[in-house]
Design a protein around this ligand. Sequence first.
Ligand code: HEC
Ligand code: HEC
Length: 167
Amino acid sequence: MKFYDDINFRDYRHPVTEANLIKFQNLWAKTSMGSKHERAGVTCADCHMAKTKNKAGKVYTSHLAAGPKETCLKCHKDWTEKQAIYTIDSVKKYIKDKIRKSEYGLSKFIDKFEEAKKAVIPEDVLKESRKQHDIAHPYWKWWTAKNSDGFHNPHRARVSLGISIEA
Ligand code: HEC
Ligand code: HEC
């Protein structure tokens, strides 16, 4: 984020608030960085290239997110399959709730900004408040541009969305 600020980088400019907004690349790799799994040396392939059996009983490598039985339970040996599914679901629900809160705040912000422009609020005031959009947008965007709702790094998702909601 600091890097983007320093070079005043943007992918596009928001039509209402004129904040500089960015699109992220290589999301899965970047959001997984520093997660408990990543730090413990668990790789993408551990969860996404599990050995599974086809209908004829032949073992092959699945490139889809195989069921938790073939992935999570390999390492979390004291869990049942139900517990693993519950764990994934509860992380996702918790983070999804934060994503929605952030979106609610963002849309309120944009509406208010529009009102402020119509009310001819001075540019220096708008400029100050535009900075909040610069913060709120990217800290939210990370977690919504992908579909796993923060599962890859629940801790970072929580902190990041907290920053967005606060802004
Ligand atoms: C600890 C296990 C685990 C690891 C490690 C992991 N994933 Fe996932 N990933 C999952 C689970 C579980 C889901 C499905 C979440 C859901 O139900 O939506 C998922 C979903 C996905 C999806 C589809 C949903 C989305 O986010 O758009 C992609 C793509 C993906 N992972 C890529 C990666 C990449 C790339 C890495 C390595 C940098 C990685 N995953 C590491 C467990 C893992
Ligand atoms: C290759 C082994 C491996 C696989 C596969 C794996 N995990 Fe883990 N998991 C670990 C290790 C190691 C830790 C870290 C333990 C620690 O640091 O406390 C961990 C930690 C976790 C945590 C705690 C993370 C946190 O941020 O507090 C959860 C939740 C979790 N795993 C869920 C899952 C789920 C769900 C799956 C299947 C989609 C899965 N794991 C697949 C090894 C694995």
